[in-house]
Design a protein around this ligand. Structure first.
Ligand SMILES: [Zn+2]
Length: 111
C-alpha cells in the first residue's frame, strides 16, 4: 500500500475533496505525483500513519466487537467474562456464566 500526502486540494469525486495535508491512498499515484498534487510519504511517515490506523481499528474492535466474523461471516458475538470477543456461531458459550455481554442481533439465547 502506497500512501501519499496531498499538497493541494484533490477532487476524488464531486463533493469529496482531500485537503492539503491529508493522506491519499491513490489507485494510480503516478498521476498525482507527476501533477504535483501529492508527494510520497517516506518510510517513517508511512509507518506512523499505519500504526495510528491499527491503533484506531483496535479501539473500535474493543469497543464494538468485529462487525463480521472472518470465518463464518456471522455478525453475532459475545464477550466473555475474561474480556475476549467471540463469534457466537463458531464458538457458542459453553455456559451462561462465561457471558459478559452479547454483541449483534443475539438476544441472549445460545440456540
Ligand atoms: Zn464465526
Amino acid at each position: 500500500m502506497e500512501l501519499l500526502v496531498a499538497l493541494e486540494p484533490i477532487v476524488i469525486r464531486p463533493g469529496d475533496i482531500i485537503k492539503p495535508g491529508e493522506i491519499v491512498q491513490a489507485r494510480r499515484p503516478e498521476r498525482l505525483l507527476s501533477e504535483g498534487k501529492a508527494r510520497r510519504l517516506n518510510r517513517a511517515e508511512s509507518q506512523r500513519i499505519l500504526d495510528r490506523y491499527v491503533a484506531e481499528a483496535r479501539e473500535v474492535f474493543e469497543a464494538e466487537g468485529p462487525l463480521v466474523c472472518h470465518a463464518c461471516k456471522g455478525t453475532d458475538f459475545w464477550t466473555s467474562v475474561h474480556g475476549v470477543v467471540v463469534c457466537r456461531r463458531c464458538h457458542p458459550p459453553m455456559r451462561d456464566g462465561l457471558i459478559k455481554k452479547w454483541i449483534g442481533e443475539a438476544t441472549g439465547r445460545t440456540k
